[in-house]
Design a binder for this molecule. Structure first.
Ligand code: NAD
Length: 408
């Protein structure tokens, strides 16, 4: 993401909170209080070999519980981006009614340039620096872009060595053998399926065959596709993309077969199957489908392509996939857009469930975790529609209204 893009991301997040806050009758100082992060940690991590990387953790709001949010390793991480994502986390946890706050962390580094030993040293030094400021009742980080269970396990180990805390509740997204939760990998995709089901029920479209295209068949997109195909045979997947382009079959694609193919680290540009066509990423976005799932990157629908979007329902499983101008345009065209702070909240919900299990020294089965996820998502959708229908506002405005009411 470019520097300008990240400033936009912070400005975009803040401007919707200002607009909705004002609409709800909040005074400017009350809105400022909602926007101001509680703490900004900015530090430098120096490896033993002399390499050095800027690192951040923003603790935005903990009114409802400990700060919660991932740590990403990416060359374009910067203070503004981390602040924007921390702000959105506070609103996401509030929108789905978790007793958690919002935070985010990051290191400006390209992990591909580092050896495994260097990544471990970086992870441990991040946890050691942050140890006084985080912990099971203060701030509970998780994995994010380019970080995973292996990295979180190193951080937990370092946190334990530094503080003596052995509860494992200091981080979520741990490996299963180190206190991680069942169901975490699939949680964001599964949450998206539940949210879409509720949306279609609300619009009385749940008994019809509907066509679906998925942009971004990665972790979130592939779990969404396989769970949707099993639980909702009426949703017909006709196209799916990765960074190389999209596979298309108007008679329907087999989600499990695509998932198996992608698990071998293959790209769609080499996928061969009878009846299949190959189209570009841009063409996928413009397909005449009922439902467009955005599960790739941020800012994929903008002023350049907004006029060609034909789907009636757009589900934001990625963070910020539609820019502000395109969003306003699509809403005036009668599209229904399910906003990211609700649509992709399944991940943070199961992170919360992992934290609860660690705090209580218990372990839930996958089906117990999925049942609880189902309840949180369905309740969040019910509240979302209550507020949207009462105030006659789009779902994104309603999501922020729900969150602001709980945070202000
Ligand atoms: P991922 O890296 O596993 O998957 C991303 C997919 O998008 C890959 O298949 C990639 O090839 C594809 N892609 C990249 N550029 C593309 C393009 N131009 N056109 C089409 N496809 C493209 O990442 P993920 O974990 O699935 O996350 C996807 C999005 O969801 C991100 O925005 C992330 O921030 C958000 N998100 C993820 C989680 C989670 O639990 N993983 C939770 C909340 C939000």
């Amino acid at each position: 993401m470019c520097e300008e893009g990240t400033i936009n991301m912070l400005e975009t997040a803040q401007s919707i909170i200002r607009r909705i806050g004002k609409q709800m009758g909040l005074l400017p100082p009350e809105i400022d209080k909602l926007l101001k992060p509680n703490a900004l940690h900015s530090f430098e991590i120096k490896l033993d070999n002399g390499k050095s990387f800027p690192a951040y953790r923003v603790q935005h709001n903990n009114k409802r519980g400990p700060y919660k949010g991932g740590i990403r390793f990416h060359p374009e991480v910067n203070a503004d981006e981390v602040q924007a994502l921390a702000t959105l986390m506070s609103f996401k946890t509030a929108a789905v009614d978790l007793p958690l706050g919002g935070g985010k962390g990051g290191v400006s580094v390209n992990p591909r340039d580092l050896s495994d030993i260097e990544i471990e040293e970086l992870s441990r030094k991040y946890a050691r620096y942050m140890a006084p400021y985080i912990g099971p009742t203060k701030d509970v980080p998780a994995p994010d872009v380019n970080t995973d269970g292996r990295i979180i396990d190193w951080m937990v180990d370092e946190y334990e060595k530094t503080t003596g805390d052995k509860s494992k509740a200091s981080f979520t997204g741990k490996s299963l053998r180190n206190g991680g939760s069942q169901g975490r990998d699939a949680a964001t995709g599964r949450g998206g399926v539940i949210a879409l089901r509720e949306l279609l029920k609300h619009d009385k479209k749940d008994k019809q065959t509907l066509t679906v295209a998925i942009q971004g068949f990665g972790n979130v997109g592939s779990f969404f596709a396989t769970i949707a195909q099993k639980d909702h045979p009426l949703w017909k997947l006709i196209s799916a993309s990765d960074s190389t382009g999209a596979v298309f079959d108007k008679t329907g694609l087999h989600a499990k077969a695509l998932d198996k193919y992608k698990a071998d680290r293959q790209s769609f540009s080499n996928y061969k199957s009878t009846g299949l066509s190959f189209i570009s990423n841009e063409e996928l976005l413009k397909l005449k489908v009922d439902i467009l799932i955005l599960a790739g990157l941020g800012d994929v629908i903008d002023q350049k392509n907004m006029k060609q979007i034909q789907a009636k329902y757009i589900i934001e499983l990625a963070n910020g996939p539609i820019n502000d101008k395109a969003y306003d345009y699509l809403i005036t065209k009668g599209k229904t857009i399910l906003p990211d702070i609700i649509a992709n909240a399944g991940g943070v919900i199961v992170s919360y469930l992992e934290w609860v299990q660690n705090r209580q020294s218990i372990r839930w089965s996958a089906s117990e975790v999925n049942k609880k996820l189902e309840k949180y998502m369905a309740n969040a959708m019910k509240e979302l529609y209550k507020v949207a229908d009462t105030n006659k506002v789009p779902l994104k405005d309603a999501a922020f209204m729900v969150a602001i009411k709980r945070l202000a």
